[in-house]
Each structure stands twice: as C-alpha cells, then as structure tokens.
Ligand binder design. Structure first.
Ligand SMILES: [Mg+2]
Length: 379
C-alpha cells in the first residue's frame, strides 16, 4: 500500500452578499469575503475549509493575506506530506510561518475534513467526541436604532427563531453607546437579554461609571469592552463582580488564555477557531478555561456553512460552552456555497453528523461568487 499524501491544494476567493448591512465599530459591510480551500489527497478524497475575518482591522489578516500566505508559504510545506500527521504538520507551519492564525486555521479545517471523510466520521469525533448535539445561538442586533433593535429582538423571540442577542457598539461615543444598550435591554426585559460587544472601543472609566446600570438592566456580558492589550483593565472590571467580562480580541493563543486566567481578566472566553489557528487550539483554550473556572462562548467571524461547521464541531466537543454561541453566519448571509446549509432551529444550531465537516460544496454557487483575480499575486 502506498503512503497517503497531500497531492494538491488550491484556494479561491468568494464574495457573498449579506441580507442586511452589518455595522461593526469601524466599518459597515454589505458583502462578505471568504477564502475557500480544497485539499486533494492521493486516495482521491478532497477536504475543504474556509476562512473569513470581520475585516483587516480585527487582527491584521484579510482574505487576501490569508490566500497569499496559504498559496505561497503553506502549500510548499504541505505537498507530499502524509495528512494523518495533522499535529506535526501544524507545528511545521507554526515553525516556518509566524502568526497568521486565520490562514493556518483554514489549512487545519481542510485536513480535518479530509480525514473525517476518509475515516467516515464527523470532525467532532476526531476532536474527542460530542458533548452537545445542538448549540444555542445569539443573533446580533444591528438595525441602527434602539427601537429597531427592540422590534427585531421581540420579533425573533415571538417567532421562536432566536432567544437571546448581542449588540455591536463603538460607532457612537461610549456614553451614548451605553445609554442605547440600556434602552435595548430594558425594552426586551422579561422576554430576552443582550450581551454588548464594543470591540475594544470603550475605556475603563466609562465602563466603571455604567457598570451598575448595565447590571440593573440585566445585561448578560460585556464582550471586550477595552482595547485588546489592556489586560489589567479587564481584570479591574472583572473584579467588580457585576456584569461578566468576556475576552475576545484579547484572546487568540493558548498563551493568551493562560495569561487571562492567571490575571483573572475574564469571566468568559469568546472562542474563535480562526483567531486561535484552528479547532484543536480552540479545544486546548477551552481546557485552560475549564481548569480556571472560566466559561466559554462560541464566537464567530461570520463564516458560511463551511467555516461555521468547523466552529460547530469544535464547540460541540467542549464541556464548558456555558454561554452558547453566536453562530448565525449561515442565516446572515444572503446565500451559502454549500448544497446542505447548516440548520438553525428554535434558537440553536444543529451539529452536522455526516463525514468530515458534513457539508458539501455547491459548485454552481462557488462559480457564481468567485472573485475575478486582477493583479493579485497568485501561484
Ligand atoms: Mg467580539
């Protein structure tokens, strides 16, 4: 029997429209861009993976940088290698390519998808087995006005679609943001609740000033209220023991997780498979959280059903996902490049049980949304 090898790896960019423009703290987006990877093994099995970022502002990577890092630097390190040595291959990438966790995660997803298909098991079985069959999903309210957000939240709760929500902040002044969020929380009180994500745009004094009001309004968590580097500030907010503090941008590597735990700077970790360089690192981070008594939340970079499936497999395999997830990407996009999109039902996303990621590419849609490369460096 000949040894199994990675024979071919290709990447392409897809631009998929979203249903409603989404306001982040720094920009508004109407189209979401993705890197799609295909990894073909010598036995004919093809693994797929996907990556996207909220924007280059988030951690410095974009779909264009991810594609370039994979094509030019990762592919030569992977071709002709045996894919069963996932850990060894990821360490090889880590040694030879510094940082770029989103690009590395895309590669890892394709490796796991290929092996899952080959062994005829879903990826969560390769990550240690299932803990949850479905994961609660929070929808992000981003209509632009408190009244619109209240109406949208109540509509979702009434229809049984989503039970809880998140808001984005950072576009207005911190004080105006705080007031807006309190209005939304009070407007849906008794029926639902919100967590607030200012993407690091608030300051400590403002948060301290509003903390009691947030607590009184029943706000579930404050996600990354301070800039990513301000670990001491997060620890001071967590020490107030009012609204739980969630770390998102402050948390990427396993070392970040350890530091946040040691400094008591977070009550909740927002996990994201791409920022941490893959599903396996994400499971490791959840282990550190578990040891430190920190809860986990299943974060998203708003992937399609491909990347979201990878998130679901990782998150469904960890025991301390106490705050559910925000895996609403497939519902937020106007289209999905797979034939069998993930199901979000009664406020929860179901874990796919097919081999690998459990999603199948729709080639017509890939063709439709593929970006024409103009003057972009390709192999
Ligand atoms: Mg966040």
């Amino acid at each position: 029997m000949t040894t199994l090898r990675i024979k071919r790896i290709t990447t392409e960019l897809l631009d998929i429209p979203i249903k409603r423009p989404h306001q982040f703290s720094t920009e508004k987006v109407a189209v979401k861009s993705f890197v799609l990877i295909r990894m073909e093994l010598s036995n004919g099995v093809v693994g797929i993976g996907e990556g996207t970022t909220p924007g280059i502002w988030w951690n410095g990577e974009s779909v264009e940088t991810m594609k370039l890092v994979i094509d030019r630097y990762a592919v030569p390190l992977l071709l002709e290698e045996n894919p069963v040595y996932i850990e060894k291959l990821m360490q090889k990438l880590n040694r030879q390519i510094r940082a770029n966790p989103f690009a590395k995660a895309i590669v890892e997803i394709a490796l796991f998808d290929a092996l899952g298909k080959m062994y005829d098991v879903p990826v969560h079985q390769l990550l240690g087995g299932l803990h949850l069959e479905k994961i609660p999903v929070r929808w992000a309210l981003a209509s632009g006005t408190p009244e619109g957000d209240i109406e949208e939240a109540i509509g979702h709760v009434g229809a049984g679609r989503y039970a809880d929500f998140k808001t984005k902040s950072g576009k207005e002044s911190p004080d105006d943001d705080a007031l807006r969020n309190i209005r939304i929380a009070e407007g849906i009180r008794g029926r639902s609740s919100i967590g607030i994500d200012p993407n690091g745009s608030w300051d400590k004094v403002t948060v301290m000033k509003w903390m009691d009001a947030f607590f009184e309004a029943g706000i579930d968590f404050l996600e990354q209220p301070l800039p990513p580097e301000d670990i001491r500030g997060l620890a001071q907010l967590a020490a107030m023991k009012k609204v739980p503090i969630m770390a998102d941008e402050s948390l990427a590597t396993v070392q970040d997780a350890l530091r946040l735990a040691e400094e008591k700077a977070a009550d909740i970790f927002s996990l994201k498979i791409h920022k941490s360089g893959g599903m396996k690192n994400t499971v490791r981070i959840a282990g550190i959280a578990q040891a430190a008594g920190i809860s986990c939340f299943g974060g998203t970079s708003l992937e399609s059903s491909i990347g979201t499936a990878a998130c679901v497999h990782a998150y469904a395999s960890i025991p301390n996902l106490d705050y559910g997830s925000e895996l609403f990407g497939p519902d937020w996009l106007a289209d999905d490049p797979v034939k069998n999109p993930l199901t979000i039902k009664d406020g929860s996303i179901l874990v796919p049980d097919g081999p690998g990621l459990g999603v199948e590419l729709d080639e017509e849609k890939v063709e439709k949304y593929r970006r024409e490369e103009k003057g972009v460096l390709t192999r």
